[in-house]
Design a binder for this molecule. Structure first.
Ligand code: 5GP
Length: 190
């Protein structure tokens, strides 16, 4: 049995990343398991512990950091920690499964450093910062301050896009899903 491969997807919020990942997972066309990260943020409505995240208290998260349970972890927003559990990744790879990670840009680049050619990093980009701002405004879930924060962070993330193995611009959703699938397929079959 060959070892599984890692796909890491990052994108500024509002780029359609979750929609793309969910559509690929639902289609089930690759032997692909989702790596469930740990976080100290509260669950949102509809989110389940162990499915979307392992929801930990801040103390539990710190203990997990201290005992080396994370491959990488980041304070993605002030006071909000997210980490990739070693146990999730290693178990899946050992069993020959491929694994997909939805993590922030710094986490993605760290996973690439650790796993090298086993991992392929894909950056999903909005067509432009202006378009991203328009989508966030249209979504209507954030007030003006939060939109400004997200847009500022997006600019920082887009600057790191050249360090990823691959970039997909989400101009048209179906095209972006198809392109992402091609990239995953090429990596898995390689
Ligand atoms: P959200 O709170 O909206 O679910 O996620 C916020 C951000 O944290 C997203 O950019 C997501 O990709 C990132 N994230 C989720 N899990 C991890 C993780 O394990 N490590 C890192 N570095 N970022 C993560």
């Amino acid at each position: 049995m060959s070892q599984g491969k890692i796909i890491v997807i990052s994108a500024p919020s509002g780029s359609g990343k979750s929609t793309i990942i969910n559509s690929i997972l639902e289609e089930g066309c690759f032997d692909l398991d989702f790596s469930v990260s740990a976080t100290n943020r509260n669950p949102r409505p509809g989110e389940e512990d162990g499915v979307h995240y392992h929801f930990l208290s801040t103390e539990e998260f710190r203990n997990a950091v201290d005992s080396g349970q994370f491959i990488e972890w980041e304070e993605v927003y002030p006071g909000r920690y997210y980490g990739t559990l070693r146990s999730e990744i290693d178990r899946m790879l050992r069993h020959g499964h491929n694994v997909i990670l939805d993590i922030d840009v710094r986490g993605a680049l760290n996973v690439k450093k650790i796993y090298g050619d086993t991992a392929r990093t894909i950056f999903i980009a909005p067509p432009s910062i202006e378009e991203l701002r328009r989508r966030l405004e249209q979504r209507g879930t954030d007030d003006a301050d939060r939109i400004a924060t997200r847009v500022g962070r997006a600019a920082y993330e887009i600057n790191l896009a050249p360090e990823f193995d691959e970039r997909v611009v989400n101009d048209d959703l179906d095209t972006a899903i198809a392109r992402t699938k091609e990239l995953i397929s090429a990596h898995i079959d390689n």
